[in-house]
Design a protein around this ligand. Structure first.
Ligand code: NAI
Ligand code: MG
Length: 366
């Protein structure tokens, strides 16, 4: 049966970048015979405007049933004063939570043509290709007790870092599976020197490795040392697996190794469905960019690369994913730049649509 793909363009530049991805999806259908059953729905402010909620139950059900969900971005100043319960971001949080997407994959990949754009030296980042796997549904952002409490004559703010063995085990498995498709190396990061959850993390990751993934090269690093190594020589890594909090920080730091927000894709993966495919949501890392929305300036590459991740991880089309990534690389090597990739250079930027045109042309000649 034809695999299904639910598209949720969302708000701001979300629909602008997604319309370029739609053209690319059509290209793979026409030229490569990759048919998808594509449907589109509302999320975020766009859903609130029509339904009074950032994600309807019907959309939630369609997301649960889809083989993959591709999302643009949500939010914007128009919705800033809404009640917390109907804010656009709540739509995205509900998707992640109800689909139980526990492994967040954040690649940090540096296209050679953009290496001088990084905040680090060219030889440190050129050709960089690593993935950070961040645990997304547990840890200190969710642990109980949490809150601000009165304690004697002052208040105390409390969050609890809490991980069960099974929560650690499933995200470790995701990281090992991912490593097998790549350079077969996993570095697990925690702070086992000062945190009990870190001691358990290290123990469980090692056990999953020894029992089921002895072929993968596993190392452990304290997360603070890991942060240092990530800036010093990031190419030493292949897959990094870490908890929710450390992953949040490390993946944002890693993102800056590669330049613009407009380039960064992500995937959030859950448990396998009945057909063997994992539950999965693919989205660019960036938000709805209200400052440039509606002006044709948005860089569609983050969203395009998110679709490449869907090809690879949901649809087992690794070769076609590489074809798409190579097309993006060629366009950049030929010098095309959206405004966010120009920095101080005095060149003329290309528009969102022209960037889409160029990627399609590069695909045609691939
Ligand atoms: P943002 O990522 O939307 O924008 C930050 C800066 O990067 C802006 O200057 C923007 O113009 C630029 N930028 C982002 N994506 C770009 C692209 N594809 N091409 C060129 N330039 C790009 O983050 P910000 O401004 O903090 O948030 C704006 C709205 O987006 C807020 O409502 C926020 O809540 C929401 N947001 C949504 C996310 C999501 O849907 N996953 C993630 C982050 C923020
Ligand atoms: Mg963050």
């Amino acid at each position: 049966t034809t695999p299904s793909l639910l598209i949720l363009p969302g708000d701001g530049i979300g629909p602008e970048v997604m319309s370029q991805v739609r053209r690319i999806i059509d290209w793979f259908g026409d030229k490569r015979g990759l048919a998808f059953d594509v449907s589109e729905d509302l999320v975020g402010g766009a859903a609130y405007d029509v339904h009074g909620t950032p994600l309807t139950d019907e959309t939630m059900e369609r997301a649960q049933a889809a083989d993959a969900v591709l999302l643009g971005a949500v939010g914007g100043p128009k919705y800033d004063d809404l009640d917390f319960s109907v804010k656009p971001e709540r739509g995205l949080l509900r998707l992640r939570k109800e689909m139980d997407l526990y492994a967040n994959l954040r690649p940090a990949q540096c296209f050679d043509a953009l290496a001088d754009f990084s905040s680090l030296k060219r030889d440190v980042v050129a050709g960089l290709d690593i993935v950070i796997v961040r645990e997304l549904t547990s840890g200190i952002y969710f642990g109980e007790p949490r809150g601000i409490f009165q304690e004697g004559n002052e208040r105390v703010g409390i969050n609890t870092q809490r991980y069960t063995e099974s929560e650690i085990e499933r995200v470790a498995r995701s990281a090992f599976e991912l490593a097998r498709r790549r350079s077969n190396r996993v570095c697990s990061m925690e702070k086992a020197n000062v945190m009990e959850s870190g001691i358990l993390w290290r123990e469980v990751v090692q056990k999953v490795h020894d029992e089921d993934y002895p072929d993968v090269e596993l190392s452990h690093m304290y997360a603070d040392a890991g942060a240092m190594q990530l800036c010093r020589w990031p190419k030493q890594f292949d897959v990094i697996v870490t908890d929710n909090l450390f992953g949040d920080l490390l993946s944002d730091a890693a993102a800056m190794l590669t330049g613009s927000l407009g380039m960064l894709p992500s995937a959030s993966i859950g448990a396998p469905m009945a057909n063997g495919r994992p539950k999965a949501l693919y989205e660019p890392v960036h938000g709805s960019a209200p400052d440039i929305a509606g002006q044709g300036k948005a860089n569609p590459i983050a969203c395009i690369l998110s679709f490449a991740m869907a090809l690879r991880y949901s649809f087992d089309q690794g070769d076609e994913a590489e074809r798409l990534e190579a097309a993006v690389e060629k366009v950049l090597a030929d010098g095309a730049r959206t405004a966010d990739l120009l920095g101080e250079e005095g060149k003329t930027p290309v528009s969102t649509t022209v960037m889409g045109d160029l990627v399609l042309e590069a695909l045609d000649s691939s």
